[in-house]
Design a protein. Structure first.
Length: 210
């Protein structure tokens, strides 16, 4: 069975991905700030804040000792904030850019040596152009940046597939951080996880809107 490595594995979408893949018999490496949450789902749990270069390198090193080459690599960490630019603290800007963009760079870079020959890297993005709304500058900028990062990465890593998955709304704790109502059309995390897995099996690259 193939092997996956998932960052942001304790989140609504990340955890659903761990559950789906583990249920299908995959070997799953799960990286989280609190990996104890994932006990019982996978034995391959690692702790890291994705914005901490040293912690990421330690987690990836530990994963390299345990896991076969990684076929499916997923970046499902992320954070959101609703704050007008005029009021946003520098630390808040750094937190949102860190979780959504810098963490993607750090975890990708450290993980490249672990990838199987034709691995698939999937990064959780968002409809960045629709997010250019009052209060959403940091999140929208980070997600637009993630798409640019992934497009350049795909041209560097031609032996691998790179996909930015852009979900619409998914019912996860992320929505509790913004003064927005979850749309009735929101997907369950398990449904999104299944669609991500379908994209892996279909070999979808580039940007995938779900
Ligand atoms: N839910 C949606 O409707 C939706 C729509 C479009 C895109 N997305 C994207 O999908 C991804 C997953 O979102 P979600 O809905 O699953 O959100 P979530 O339930 O809030 O999960 C996000 C996860 O990211 C982790 N994280 C944040 N900052 C981190 C850091 N510095 N280091 C390590 N982990 C960090 C969080 O860790 P802790 O548990 O430790 O806080 C949390 O487990 C995000 O990139 C989000 O932007 C979601």
């Amino acid at each position: 069975m193939p092997t996956a490595l998932i960052f942001g594995a304790s989140g609504g979408i990340g955890r659903a991905l761990v559950e789906r893949l583990a249920a299908d018999g995959w070997t799953v490496g799960a990286v989280s700030r609190h990996p104890g949450d994932l006990a019982g789902l996978t034995d391959h749990r690692y702790e890291a804040d994705v914005t901490d270069a040293f912690a990421v390198s330690q987690a990836v090193y530990a994963a390299a000792q345990e896991l076969p080459p990684v076929d499916l690599w997923i970046y499902a960490a992320g954070d959101i904030l609703a704050s007008p630019v005029a009021e946003m603290e520098p630390a808040a800007w750094a937190r949102i850019l860190g979780a959504n963009l810098t963490g993607a760079y750090l975890t990708t870079q450290q993980s490249l040596p672990l990838l199987a020959e034709r691995a698939h890297l999937i990064l959780l993005g968002a409809y960045s152009e629709r997010l250019q709304l009052p209060g959403m500058s940091a999140y929208a900028a980070a997600k637009a940046g993630l798409e640019a990062f992934a497009a350049a990465l795909a041209k560097e890593q031609r032996k691998h597939r790179v996909t930015v998955v852009r979900p619409g709304a998914v019912a996860t704790p992320l929505w509790e951080k913004v003064p927005l109502r979850l749309p009735r059309t929101a997907l369950a995390p398990a449904e999104l996880a299944q669609r991500v897995l379908d994209a892996y099996h279909a070999g979808v690259t580039g940007t995938l809107d779900l």
